[in-house]
Design a protein around this ligand. Structure first.
Ligand code: NAP
Length: 271
């Protein structure tokens, strides 16, 4: 994995547990790569014949220029989180959005064609919105900086019905009443802001599917409020695991042991 910073990442512990569980000959190593060293680090993947790498902040967009090929979905969102070394040719893709959809469907069953309200318009919102667009969802983006919501909606409009709204009580009340799926992609509620919640809790109604991308703390205030109001809620640990599982399968050709990966992440977060 290439990132800067890198020490907080759960990916090494998650992938090494999966490797151990399958008893295969791989190792997953975090590399602290400075922005000015990214090109030579990518060259190292070729010369050292590394099977693949994850790429994280701040390299997800810039790495594109150093790869031989990039999947359509990753190009559309200008973000690569997984690089696969195919005999010396480096292919980039993004497993964040597909991992989000897979994890949501593992928890709740099919979510295609649903009405989704996404809070936030940053990197993870782009990945989630683009993956939901691919399965025919109707998308509303609500963001604190309204212009960013508009920009994201413009990039989606060719493939799916999408609208931008302000992250204020009035707009949220209207949209939350129509939504079947609510996704928090903002950092509100993340440690150390554990009391934070990205929308007024009384807008959450029974039966709403609530997905909080935040996983630290594991039970965010949004998750707790959603459950107490009869909504179904999951935290971002599932997305982390499923985006990792998809990458693992591409690198190793083996089915990822999702249960092992989940439990080792839970243990690491509990510590
Ligand atoms: P990002 O690109 O920096 O975007 C952050 C978003 O949060 C922006 O929409 C920003 O709004 C909004 N925001 C920040 N503080 C806010 C506040 N006080 N009130 C309202 N909105 C606020 O970050 P990102 O990469 O998308 O990550 C966002 C969150 O998702 C983080 O908590 C991250 O840990 C989590 N995440 C989880 C996974 C996973 O696998 N579970 C993967 C990726 C990210 P503005 O545009 O107005 O600044």
């Amino acid at each position: 994995m290439f990132g800067h910073p890198i020490s907080h990442s759960l990916s090494p512990v998650m992938h090494n547990a999966a490797i151990q569980a399958l008893n295969i000959d791989y190792i997953y190593v975090p590399f602290h790569v400075l922005p000015e060293d990214l090109e030579s680090a990518v060259g190292g993947v070729r010369s050292l014949q590394i099977a693949g790498v994850n790429v994280t902040i701040p390299h997800k967009e810039r790495v594109i220029e150093f790869l031989d090929e990039v999947d359509d979905h990753a190009l559309a969102i200008r973000s690569v989180n997984t690089v696969i070394n195919e005999g010396g040719r480096l292919r980039g893709c993004s497993t964040d959005g597909p991992g989000f959809v897979k994890s949501a469907e593992a928890a709740w069953g099919k979510i295609d064609r649903c009405r989704a309200l996404i809070l936030g318009a940053g990197g993870s919102a782009k990945a989630v919105a683009s993956a939901l667009a691919r399965i025919g969802c109707e998308i509303v983006i609500a963001n604190r900086t309204f212009e960013r919501a508009v920009e994201l909606v413009e990039s989606l409009k060719a493939t799916t019905p999408a609208r931008a709204v302000r992250l204020d009580r009035e707009a949220l009340a209207e949209e939350a009443a129509r939504a079947e799926l609510l996704v928090n992609t903002t950092s509100v509620g993340m440690h150390p802001d554990a009391d934070g919640i990205p929308l007024p809790p009384n807008l959450i109604r029974p039966g709403l599917l609530v997905y909080d991308l935040v996983y630290n703390p594991p039970r965010t205030r949004l998750i707790a409020e959603a459950e107490s109001r009869g909504a179904k809620a999951v935290n971002g640990l599932k997305m982390l695991v499923y985006q990792g599982a998809l990458a693992f399968e591409m690198w190793t050709g083996q089915p990822a042991p999702v249960e092992v990966m989940t439990s080792v992440c839970e243990q690491a977060l509990g510590r």
